[in-house]
Design a protein around this ligand. Structure first.
Ligand code: HEM
Ligand code: NAG
Ligand code: NAG
Length: 324
């Protein structure tokens, strides 16, 4: 009897654990699901992966550019592919907002993947989901972690330049501003510090870090003079520098080492290790690549779940650049 009830208790516990996991899974993805296209477009994941593999093989930086595009989509009224809409004579979208203009790149890579997805299963997979998958594959192709992407996002019917200007943090942001701007999107300070590790890949224009390398006090002097060589005090706004001084093309945890040696490229980067609340976490990530990889993956799932359009909201665009 005791044995039987012990077994019953264990069964109930097992059921409780499984349903807690299901609830947690649902919460991670909101209304989205991991098997959304398993019947309607079973090949979508391999098509996106192949498209990203060829784009990254042609130019490693493209992995970084697609990852950033996803961030800039999600932070502006949710992950709804609003960033992909082109401006027209009668419509102003997000592409020319301050944080995006002459900066966000890789739209033609998403177009090429979308064309292949349409050829395989037309009018089925949203541009927002293609971007979420492409960003995941970009990270993994550069040597970073992988994760399961929740799917079922629908594409926006509109976009907002003013919201893009208001919701995306700038490189001069303070720690308090970063925490509050991520908090506005339902992301924790820990998510913010993990997601900032994306700056382990990619390039930045001189105009975005000039102030830091000439005017900040908490910068490594050797590093400041290195960057000053290609980013003059006046002019040369578009000159590029790697954001991660050590391994610009590898998705690793070197970003956090850079912060600890005062080699963060943006003022906002160095804010994560400047005597404030995130110092301890930066130290942990710099010493534990696995912990960073796991936290980054979890935070990407959370970022990917920011206010998606679902069900019959929005549409599945046929061409990512314009509404149907
Ligand atoms: C924490 C607040 C953040 C700030 C202030 C910030 C700011 C910037 C700036 C100023 C640039 C250079 C843009 C240019 O040169 O035109 C940049 C590049 C980049 N950002 Fe961020 N960013 C932040 C968070 C993120 C997040 C959360 C991600 C992705 C998860 C991300 C991914 C990237 C990548 C990959 C690049 C390089 C893109 C390329 O090479 O094309 N950033 N960021
Ligand atoms: C999808 O493809 C089918 C078969 O080629 C075609 O009949 C249909 O019109 C297409 N739908 C859209 C929305 O393009
Ligand atoms: C400054 O950066 C150099 C590499 O450029 C590094 O060797 C040195 O340790 C850094 N200094 C400090 C104080 O972290």
């Amino acid at each position: 009897m005791a044995a039987a009830s012990g077994l019953l208790v264990r069964c109930l516990l097992a059921v409780a654990v499984v349903s807690a996991a299901l609830v947690a899974g649902a919460a991670a993805g909101g209304p989205l699901s991991t098997r959304f296209y398993s019947k309607t477009c079973p090949n979508v994941q391999s098509i996106v992966r192949a498209g990203m593999a060829s784009a990254v093989a042609a130019e490693k930086r493209m992995g970084a550019s697609i990852l950033r595009m996803f961030f800039h989509d999600c932070f502006v009224n949710g992950c709804d592919a609003s960033i992909l809409l082109d401006d027209t004579a009668s419509f102003t979208g997000e592409k020319n907002a301050g944080p995006n203009a002459n900066s966000v790149r890789g739209f033609e890579v998403i177009d090429a993947i979308k064309a292949q997805v349409e050829a395989s299963c037309n009018a089925t997979v949203s541009c927002a989901d293609i971007l979420a998958l492409a960003a995941r594959d970009a990270v993994n192709l550069l040597g970073g972690p992988t994760w399961t992407v929740y799917l079922g996002r629908r594409d926006a019917l509109t976009a907002s330049q003013s919201d893009a200007n208001a919701n995306l943090p700038g490189p001069g942001s303070s720690l308090a501003t970063l925490i509050s701007m991520f908090g506005n999107k339902g992301l924790s300070a820990r998510d913010m510090t993990a997601l900032s590790g994306a700056h382990t890949v990619g390039q930045a224009r001189c105009s975005t870090f000039r102030d830091r390398i000439y005017n900040d006090a908490n910068i490594n002097a050797t590093f400041a003079s290195l960057r000053q060589q290609t980013c003059p005090q006046a002019g040369g706004d578009a000159a590029l520098a790697p954001i991660d001084v050590q391994t610009a093309e590898a998705f690793d945890n070197a970003y956090y080492h850079n912060l600890m040696s005062k080699q963060g490229l943006f003022h906002s980067d160095q804010e994560l290790f400047n005597g404030g609340s995130q110092d301890a976490l930066v130290k942990k990530y710099s010493g534990n690549a696995g912990m960073f990889a796991a936290d980054f993956a979890r935070a990407m799932v959370r970022m990917g779940a920011i206010s998606p359009l679902a069900g019959t909201q929005g549409e599945v665009r046929l061409n990512c650049r314009k509404v149907n």
